[in-house]
Design a protein around this ligand. Structure first.
Ligand code: ADP
Length: 190
């Protein structure tokens, strides 16, 4: 099995590119953000707990997202691998993922990191708010907190995956098609 990590700040275009990547390489897309939004929409206890944290621009507890990831790993059939989007989001999650995969004799194949500057993050999220209607996209304070959370908790993963030789960065500026063809050029190697 292949385990690709789609990495990047909020608004980098991970969701947009994920569909094309999963289709071309027969991967299962696992977006922890989407899974959490489903729980919120279904009004579950987990969803309720997650909503307050998501609206504050914070991360939800590691156990919650890791439980979701494990159950997605277990239920997948007839695929070449997984595309993890929004996970791992801090060093503890990255270490837990490595342990989870090691138990199954597997490992992370590569990270595909889409990079955009902070100013672009805000522009893109504001634009998305008018299309998708996500509560965490509509509030300026939430957006600023998400960017701060990204720099503080998630960005250190760049060093983590660089150290293991699994970090690959792509410029996330440019048209959707331009970014997509760069991603394909990279993924063809794995
Ligand atoms: P974006 O990439 O635009 O920030 P996501 O849909 O990936 O959006 O995530 C939305 C929110 O869900 C995050 O701001 C965070 O609160 C929560 N979340 C998603 N994935 C994780 C994770 N792996 N660990 C903790 N919280 C997460």
């Amino acid at each position: 099995m292949k385990y690709f990590i789609l990495f990047g700040p909020p608004g980098a275009g991970k969701g947009t590119q994920a569909t094309a990547m999963t289709e071309k390489y027969n991967l299962r897309h696992i977006s922890t953000g989407e899974l959490l939004r489903k729980e919120i929409a279904a009004g579950t206890e987990l969803g309720l707990k997650a909503k307050a944290l998501i609206d504050a621009g914070s991360l939800v507890p590691d156990e919650i997202v890791e439980g979701m990831i494990e159950s997605e790993f277990r239920s997948a059939r007839d695929i070449a691998g997984f595309l993890l989007d929004g996970f791992p989001r801090n060093t503890a999650q990255a270490e837990d993922l490595d342990a989870m995969l090691a138990k199954a004799g597997e490992e992370v194949t590569a990270t595909v990191s889409l990079m955009i500057p902070d100013e672009t993050i805000k522009e893109r999220i504001r634009h998305r708010a008018s299309i998708e209607g996500r509560a965490d996209d509509a509030n300026d304070e939430t957006i600023s907190n998400r960017i701060a959370t990204y720099h503080e908790k998630t960005e250190p993963l760049i060093g983590y995956y660089r150290n293991s030789g699994k970090y690959n960065e792509i410029d996330g500026l440019g048209t959707i098609e331009e970014v997509r063809s760069k991603i394909f050029g990279l993924m063809d190697k794995f």
